[in-house]
Design a binder for this molecule. Structure first.
Ligand code: SME
Length: 159
C-alpha cells in the first residue's frame, strides 16, 4: 500500500479507530521486521489522534527498555512493577490512568502528561512489550481506547 494515511475528520473516537485499524493492518502486512512495524503503529496512532506521546517499551531481562515511539524524549528503562508501564507488565493487564498524579509510583517522563493508558503485548503467554499512550488532557482514555488499541497491538507479530 502507499505509505500515507487517510486521516478521518470524524470526532467520534470509535469511528477514528475503525478508519485507522484496516490501514495499520495493511501497513504491517508483508513486513516481518518488528521494529519497523512498532514504529509505524506509533506513527499511525500519533497522526490520527495527535496524542502527546505514543510508544512501546520492550521487555529486556528484568526491565522495560524504550522502543519505537513518537513524541518527546522519554525515560529509557523501567523496572518490573515501576510506574504505570511496569505495573501493566507485572499485572499483565491494561491500565487506564485518568490522572497520573493520582497513580502511586507514576514515572513522569514529562510533567505535561496528565493521563495515560498502557496495554501489555503477549507472545507465548508472556508479556514481551507494552504500548504506552500519554495525553496532555486529564481522563483522555476509556474502555473504547482499551478495546481498539488491543485490536491494534494484536496485529503485531512478535515471532
Ligand atoms: N509514565 C510512564 C513512563 C513512560 S512515559 O510516560 C513515556 C509510567 O509511569 O510508566
Amino acid at each position: 500500500m502507499a505509505e500515507d494515511l487517510n486521516i478521518t475528520t470524524s470526532t467520534n473516537k470509535a469511528e477514528q479507530y475503525q478508519s485507522l485499524i484496516p490501514q495499520i493492518e495493511a501497513l504491517l502486512t508483508g513486513e516481518s521486521d518488528l521494529i519497523a512495524n512498532l514504529a509505524n503503529v506509533c506513527a499511525a496512532l500519533k497522526e490520527q489522534f495527535k496524542w502527546f506521546w505514543v510508544g512501546f517499551y520492550l521487555v529486556k531481562g528484568d526491565e522495560l527498555v524504550l522502543g519505537p515511539f513518537q513524541g518527546l524524549v522519554a525515560c529509557t528503562r523501567i523496572g518490573l512493577g515501576r510506574g504505570v508501564c511496569g505495573a501493566a507488565w507485572q499485572q499483565e493487564k491494561t491500565l487506564i490512568v485518568p490522572d497520573v498524579d493520582a497513580f502511586p509510583g507514576h514515572i513522569a517522563c514529562s510533567s505535561l502528561s496528565k493521563s495515560e493508558i498502557v496495554l501489555p503485548l503477549f507472545n507465548d503467554g508472556k508479556v514481551v512489550a507494552v504500548l504506552d499512550v500519554d495525553s496532555e488532557a486529564f481522563d483522555q482514555f476509556d474502555e473504547t481506547d482499551a478495546v481498539y488499541l488491543q485490536q491494534i497491538i494484536e496485529l503485531v507479530n512478535f515471532k
